[in-house]
Design a protein around this ligand. Structure first.
Ligand code: ADP
Length: 305
């Protein structure tokens, strides 16, 4: 069942075309990623879905509701995360969740939610005294306290350390496992690759591609890399012209072979044939970041010109 349907969505700000004829559907229970560089139009797109921005053209349906016309009903079924620093500094964690809980007819138990999010000990802490990870978890709590059927999470782990980021990812998976559909906006590709069932790549307002992370990686035909350390003298020319071998270069004493096909075997057997012992041999397959670069010609952290 489609939870979100977007068809032919367009939105400009004066001369700037922020969203240009974008269509997609999000299925029930998916973690659906919206990825793209800064300025690509992701936030505008999601704000139209949330009903806080009016599209110039196009049709949007969320659980059968029109985000603008049925905004009050949409609020009851959609949980949106706070944008950075969106709470009064002195507001305490416990006050924030009970306040947000009061907006919903059938919400979650706020204390249980805080407990699940590891914030039980922070009930009396003011927003301004939370760490980045705690503020992020509070923001997720506020998005979930209305027991939504769809949660919109925007740049969820920006500024978090790797540990807090991993914890947050696990949390998102747990949320999905309870049947909540998640719309995840990010420009951090490892996050999309790890979490998303499907990913919409937005570039300059347009939908550049829509597929599973694996599908995007395969489709982009991004190359793989084999890295190794030759123990002893080694002439890189012995790899030249082998089937699937592209570029061969040296990086900090490591040989890096870029190519396609069964690259690991091709390289390993060539080294064995020439009696070159190698250590730390490993294969790096293409990532969503590589696919993104291949699809858009830009790195995800680059600004849209
Ligand atoms: P993203 O979320 O991918 O970073 P945005 O949707 O925020 O992209 O922005 C898309 C484009 O629209 C950018 O060029 C941005 O500068 C512009 N834009 C966003 N919001 C406004 C606004 N309120 N007024 C004018 N231009 C805007």
């Amino acid at each position: 069942m489609a939870v979100v349907e977007v068809e032919g969505l367009c939105k400009r700000y004066g001369e700037t075309v922020a969203v240009d004829d974008v269509s997609f559907t999000v299925e029930h229970g998916e973690i659906f990623g919206i990825v793209g560089p800064n300025g690509a139009g992701k936030t505008t797109l999601v704000e139209c879905v949330e009903g806080v921005r009016r599209p110039d053209r196009g049709r949007i349906s969320v659980l059968g509701l029109d985000p603008l016309r049925d905004r009050a009903r949409l609020r009851q079924v959609m949980g949106a995360q706070l944008q950075g620093g969106g709470l009064p500094e002195k507001l305490r964690v416990g006050e924030a969740v009970t306040l947000y809980r009061s907006f919903y007819a059938d919400g979650a138990d706020p204390w249980r939610l805080l407990d699940e999010l590891g914030l039980a000990g922070k009930r009396d802490t003011a927003f301004e005294d939370l760490s980045g990870g705690q503020a992020q978890r509070l923001s997720i709590a506020l998005a979930l306290v209305g027991r939504p059927r769809i949660a919109v999470l925007d740049e969820l782990t920006t500024g978090l350390d790797p540990r807090a980021r991993r914890d947050t990812w696990e949390l998102i998976e747990q949320i999905r496992d309870t049947g909540v559909t998640v719309l995840l906006v990010t420009h951090f590709m490892p996050e999309a690759e790890r979490l998303c069932d499907r990913v919409a790549v937005i570039d300059r307002g347009r939908l550049a591609a829509l597929d599973t992370p694996g599908g995007l990686i395969a489709r982009a035909g991004a190359p793989q890399r084999v890295r190794f350390r030759a123990a002893g003298p080694f002439d890189a020319a012995l790899l030249d012209g082998l089937d699937g071998v592209g570029e061969v270069r040296t990086e900090r004493g490591e040989t890096v072979v870029t190519g396609t096909g069964d690259l690991l075997r091709t390289v390993s057997s060539a080294l064995a044939r020439h009696g070159v012992p190698a250590t730390e041999t490993r294969l790096e397959t293409a990532t969503l970041e590589d696919a993104f670069l291949a699809l858009t010609g830009r790195a995800p952290e680059e600004e849209t010109a």
